[in-house]
Design a binder for this molecule. Sequence first.
Ligand code: BGC
Length: 269
Amino acid sequence: MATSAAPASKSQFAAIGLDMGGSSIKYALVGTDGKLVESTFNKALTPEGAHPEAVAEVMAQIIRDLQEVTGEDLAGLPAGVTVPGIVIDGVVHSAANIDKAWIGLDATSMLSKVLEREVYLLNDADAAGVAEVYAGAGSKDGQPLKGSTLLLTLGTGIGSAFFRDGVLFPNVEFGHLEIDGFDAESKAAARVMREENLSWEQYIARLQRYLSHVEFLCSPDLIVIGGAISEDHEHFLPKLDLRAKLVPAEFNNAAGVLGAAHRAMHPGN
Ligand code: BGC
């Protein structure tokens, strides 16, 4: 799952990846080789409030745009879609940073209708974790690492994905641990650093408190840090003191898209 040039024909596309966040929807086509078709990677604004129907409309437009850009008829190509919430059997069960109308919604059926194709829905951090564990920082020679791997995305909220020997334990919500009386993501998400104008030193202290607690709860061998802030990993990863090995994510902001498409290509994983 690395990047590649645009394949010559539709038959080389395997899935569409759509990664929904509070501010943008990232998307791309993924080839039959599991690699992101870099020329198609892009993002659209999440509609204000992220109401399900409005989001579905933007996704339908994205697919029309992809058809135009590639000159291919993408009918029948499955789509992997992420949401920043708990997803059980295609139904969304939480919505910390998006419209509460998602809660209880069979978003898989709704999106399948609007996008006119098979849709596979999963949590955004789980999707990013799948990409990293199958082909990125949580893998070696194209195989998931043995042991316990925890991926944490530091962004608008804190997303988490937990794997044992490459098998996902879905919907782990470590961003919502209560620590010192606060919802953890309200103190340690990357957004908070910007909003509260924290220095690296101040933010690192919060991350240390958070990560030490998470490590105590699940004893991972490896912690992969994702989210846009992971591009600045040299500012903070070396300063954190944990037993687990701590590494930056490899796919950065494309991990969710790749993981979503991976799920559409391999529904069992
Ligand atoms: C949500 C998670 C999501 C994370 C990152 C949290 O607020 O509860 O489901 O993975 O934000 O978007």
